[in-house]
Structure formats: structure tokens, C-alpha cells
Design a protein around this ligand. Structure first.
Ligand code: FA5
Length: 339
């Protein structure tokens, strides 16, 4: 037994092998335990010598086993450490830091430009009454101009008052006038708007607008033109050409649409400006006397101008983005480009 057990121990390569060896040789039911039972069959005078020899073999085997076990354990630990080792010479991985949404970046840029011109930033509500979204802006029920804005209606408990998701930021004009009246006003109102329109490359159901409103005693069209040309130069480029086209909005008279020279093709005509050489950036006009009155300002004394622009459309122009749906489809490949 002693020879065979030692030979088997010499072949042990791993902690698993050692456990198997123990079961076979020194364990409770191993060969040594079985051999010890044969002591009873010996002549009593031979028993002490047998016992002594047996004990010595058992002890020698356990000592060798213990030495081998600690060697195998430290080898296993060593191997584990080697496998888990960190290669400190590898370059680090850059952490993926979040960034501001392109619409937020654009809104902040617009706010910054107007803040430098002395405008305050106001917030107004996204859920509006029909009265504020349309009526007080000179669009009574059944006014044909309401068709310019396809509307989401919100369920309301009051049958007399329709509630809508605002289709533009213009109702904020009335809130500001009714709050600041009779002070002069110079504010912008950024925020989300909603339209019940088919979503397309140019139009989203939800988008942002920045409304502007200036009310004072001698405000004229020249103030509107100067302010908006200054904005366009700061937003797009220093020497950008600006053009005012007659337009129609029920809440301004006269109304204009403001275009800038296409800075992508330099005014020559391209895919983005549709060969016209001009890009539309906003709608504006002199505040309609009815709207002034609805806000509590007497049109005989006060006058003002207002404008409304879409930051997503402006961002599309600046970066040659071909589809507005990129903005709110949450695709990291698009969003990550706006560092
Ligand atoms: C208005 O909404 C007027 N309230 C603007 C205004 C304010 C005029 C004050 C006069 C005085 P309009 O529907 O053209 O106008 O929208 C203004 C801007 O919002 C557009 O130039 C465009 O940039 C953006 N916009 C409109 N509809 C969408 C849409 N579906 N998706 C993305 N942007 C849109």
C-alpha cells in the first residue's frame, strides 16, 4: 500500500487529482482504513509492531499530502492572478459623457443672442385654451386662418372651453401682455408646440418655437427689421443678407416672412434652398391692434412687433440635415454628432 500510494501521489497534478487520491488512499473508506481493520486478525504479539509501522506510514502520507496541497493551492492562486491581471500599459477607454440635445443647444444659442439684445426669457404653458391659442390672437371660431394650424384637442370637463396643445408659442404673447401691462415689453418665449400634421422630412408633430414680443410707445417696422437682421447675423454669419417678404398672420399687420441668403450655396441656388438662393427662417409682423387690445394695451398709445421661429428648422439649415425626424427619434448616431 505504501509504495502504491506514494506512486499515485507523485502523479497528482491538481487539487481535483488530490481529492481523488485522498478518497482512494487516506480517506475514511480508503485503502489505509481498510488495512487497519486487519489488525484484529493478527497474533496479539505482532500487533504493536504492526500498529507502529501502520501509524508511521499514515503520518508520512498525510505530511506529503499536506505539503503537496499547499503547493497546488499556491499554484492555483498564482494562475488566477495571472489570468485576471490588468495590463496597465493599455490606453484608457474614454468615458461616454452625455451631451445637450441639438434642439437644446440651438435654443440656448438663440436665447443667448436675444439676451444680449436685452430680451427677458419667459416660459408659457404647453396646454392652452382655445381662447388663448386662437381667439385672443384675432382668430374667432370658424376663422379660416385656423386651418393654418392643425390642432390636437385635449379632453376637458368644461364644454364651453376647448383645451388644446398649443400649436404655436404665440398665445404666450397674451399671457405676457396681461402680466406686464402697462409696462413696455421685450421678451422671448421658447417652448414646445404640437401640430396634428402628417410627420414628414420637414414637419414634426412636436417641435420647438421661440416667440418674440416687443411692445413700446414708438416701436416701428424699422425696429423689427433691425432686431431680426441683427439676430440673423449673430446666428448664421456676420455678413448674411436678410430679405423680408410680405406674408399673412391674423395676429400681425403687416406680416412678413424673413429669409436669409443661402449660406450653403452662397446664394447661387442649391438643394437646400430649392434653387431660390434664399432660406426662410421665421415669421413676424407688427402686433395687430386687436391683439394689443386683448393684452390690455391701447393701440393708440402702444405699438409692437412679434416673431416666431423654429430652432429645429434653423439647425437643419446650419448643418445641412435632410430630415427633421432625426431630432426626436433618439438615435445616438445622430445625437452624438452635436458635441
Ligand atoms: C407661426 O406659428 C406663427 N405663430 C409665427 C409668428 C409669431 C408670426 C409671431 C408672426 C408673429 P408658422 O406656422 O409659420 O408660424 O411657424 C413658425 C415656425 O415654426 C416655422 O418657420 C418653422 O420653423 C416652425 N414650424 C412650423 N411647423 C413646424 C413643424 N411641423 N415641424 C417643425 N417646425 C415647424
Amino acid at each position: 500500500i505504501e509504495k502504491e500510494a506514494k506512486a499515485a501521489l507523485a502523479n497528482v497534478q491538481s487539487l481535483d487529482d488530490l481529492a481523488a487520491w485522498r478518497t482512494q488512499w487516506t480517506g475514511k473508506k480508503g485503502s489505509l482504513a481498510q488495512a487497519s481493520q486487519s489488525i484484529g486478525k493478527l497474533d496479539p504479539k505482532d500487533r504493536p509492531a504492526f500498529g507502529q509501522r501502520f501509524g508511521a506510514i499514515k503520518q508520512a502520507l498525510s505530511e506529503q499530502e499536506a505539503t503537496l496541497e499547499s503547493r497546488l493551492q499556491s499554484a492555483a492562486l498564482h494562475q488566477e492572478l495571472e489570468e485576471d491581471a490588468v495590463d496597465i500599459s493599455l490606453p484608457g477607454r474614454a468615458a461616454n459623457i452625455g451631451r445637450l440635445h441639438p434642439s437644446t443647444q440651438s435654443l440656448r444659442r438663440i436665447q443667448h443672442i436675444f439676451a444680449e439684445m436685452g430680451f427677458q426669457v419667459w416660459e408659457s404653458r404647453e396646454v392652452e385654451s382655445d381662447e388663448y391659442n386662437f381667439e385672443l390672437l384675432n382668430m374667432p371660431a370658424h376663422h379660416p386662418a385656423r386651418d393654418m394650424w392643425d390642432t390636437f384637442y385635449v379632453q376637458s370637463d368644461d364644454p364651453q372651453q376647448k383645451v388644446v396643445l398649443r400649436t404655436h408659442t404665440s398665445p404666450g404673447q397674451i399671457h405676457v401682455m396681461r402680466t406686464l401691462n402697462p409696462e413696455p415689453i421685450r421678451v422671448i418665449l421658447p417652448g414646445k408646440c404640437y401640430r396634428y400634421e402628417p410627420v414628414s422630412a420637414r414637419s414634426e408633430m412636436m417641435f420647438h418655437q421661440v416667440e418674440g414680443l416687443v411692445i413700446g410707445r414708438n416701436i416701428t417696422m424699422a425696429d423689427l427689421k433691425g432686431t431680426l437682421a441683427n439676430f440673423a447675423r449673430r446666428m448664421f454669419k456676420d455678413d448674411v443678407k436678410v430679405r423680408y417678404r410680405p406674408s399673412y398672420f391674423p395676429f400681425t399687420e403687416p406680416s412678413v416672412e424673413v429669409d436669409i441668403e443661402c449660406f450653403i450655396c452662397g446664394g447661387e441656388g442649391c438643394r437646400i434652398c430649392k434653387k431660390s438662393g434664399w432660406l426662410e427662417i421665421l415669421g413676424a409682423g407688427m402686433v395687430h391692434p386687436t391683439v394689443l387690445r386683448n393684452g390690455g394695451y391701447d393701440p393708440a398709445e402702444w405699438s409692437g412687433f412679434a416673431f416666431g421661429m423654429g430652432p429645429e428648422r434653423q439647425t437643419m439649415l446650419r448643418y445641412d440635415i435632410d430630415d427633421i425626424r432625426w431630432f426626436f427619434s433618439n438615435d445616438g448616431r445622430f445625437l452624438e454628432q452635436f458635441g
